[in-house]
Design a protein around this ligand. Structure first.
Ligand SMILES: [Fe+2]
Ligand SMILES: [Fe+2]
Length: 133
């Protein structure tokens, strides 16, 4: 059976693929490519954030109360990611491809760091759950 960390990684890979397409499209001033990959990225990312906030994070806090501080930090990072996506949408609507490319690269970097923090937490939670079974 796939672990929580593995499923989580697959979700993040999907976001990463669309984000990478967005960066390429922005750097080549490809309007159609930007519109499509931005929508694909947002459609992959936003439900993922919501799933974590509405379900996963609550289950983790219940299983491992000591994770509360880390979860609060992750929730804050989600808010920041949503703001960055909104800002990128503004660049896209203005056809400001260079600002969009910079913004998408920053999101990519922040998302990598965020995913690593989550993977560490989810692995730790998996260990706690296994230890109590
Ligand atoms: Fe997250
Ligand atoms: Fe995540």
């Amino acid at each position: 059976m796939a672990t929580l960390a593995q499923l989580h990684t697959e979700d993040h890979f999907a976001c990463e693929r669309h984000l990478q397409s967005l960066i390429v499209a922005a750097e080549t001033s490809n309007t159609t490519g930007c519109l499509r990959s931005f929508d694909d990225f947002r459609d992959a990312l936003l439900p993922h954030l919501a799933m974590e906030e509405n379900s996963l994070f609550n289950s983790i806090t219940a299983a491992m109360p000591s994770a509360e501080g880390t979860i609060a930090k992750l929730r804050k990072a989600h808010d920041q990611l949503r703001n960055q996506v909104d800002q990128a949408a503004k660049y896209l609507s203005r056809h400001d491809f260079s600002a969009l490319a910079v913004s998408a690269r920053q999101i990519q970097q922040d998302l990598h760091e965020h995913a690593s923090e989550e993977d560490r937490l989810f692995t730790a939670v998996g260990d706690v759950i296994h230890a109590t079974q």
